[in-house]
Design a protein around this ligand. Structure first.
Ligand code: DAO
Ligand code: DAO
Length: 204
């Protein structure tokens, strides 16, 4: 079955395919709490992957039934690790996002994953990426950001179709994707849908 393409709580719609023919696998919502109290919806997101690249994993998983693949942690691990082109498309729903708060949220969320996967010496990598987020950018409601893992683990970031920069780092690519499909994802239903659709692509 095709994945749902509208994030239900925000009404944000995602194209079935994104740049380079990557296919939509799941949609979700990133929320946060401010002042430890109020919950806000920050952005809706869609997770995409290149079919052909995913099929690298076919040989390894083909023998398992879809029902098992949907729950298989190793499959997610391979999706995070391997040279598979993927994109996370974000659409901002919060109307008062400042670049300063994006930077500090990023340092927290991505920073914790860099530490989890890379150990202690990751601050320079984090700062080199965060330095791309210049104060003069604006992210009004509706803005679209794409975080893409290109071939050979190049992370590319674009806002409204304009490339902001790219950096080659397997660790950074993995850490960002982990926010959406890893162990403690922003939206469990989104992760579940991504994995279910990966499983069915591998069986086709
Ligand atoms: O206005 O202080 C505030 C709350 C801002 C919350 C920011 C969360 C940012 C999450 C990352 C967004 C990435 C586009
Ligand atoms: O939600 O915590 C998170 C991670 C969000 C990653 C988004 C990075 C977007 C950066 C855009 C910067 C624009 C100046």
């Amino acid at each position: 079955a095709a994945p749902r393409s509208v994030e239900p709580r925000t009404g944000v719609a995602f194209p079935a395919e994104t740049s380079g023919g990557r296919r939509l696998l799941g949609v979700g919502l990133r929320r946060t709490t401010i002042l430890g109290l109020k919950s806000i919806d920050v952005y809706a997101f869609g997770v995409y992957a290149d079919d052909h690249d995913l099929k690298q994993l076919r040989e390894k998983y083909q023998k398992l039934p879809v029902s098992e693949l949907k729950e298989n942690a190793e499959l997610i691990n391979d999706a995070l690790e391997r040279d598979i082109r993927m994109t996370v498309r974000l659409q901002i729903v919060y109307g008062r996002l400042s670049i300063r708060s994006v930077r500090s949220a990023f340092e927290k969320s991505v920073g914790s994953r860099l530490q989890k996967f890379g150990g202690s010496d990751t601050n320079e990598l984090l700062q080199s990426f965060v330095s791309l987020f210049k104060d003069e950018y604006k992210l009004p409601k509706g803005s679209v950001i794409e975080l893409s893992r290109e071939s050979s683990h190049v992370l590319k970031i674009s806002i409204e179709g304009e490339e902001l920069g790219s950096i080659q780092s397997k660790l950074l690519c993995k850490s960002i994707l982990d926010l959406y499909i890893g162990d403690d994802p922003f939206d469990k239903n989104a992760k579940y849908s991504v994995q279910e659709n990966m499983a069915s692509i591998l069986k086709n």
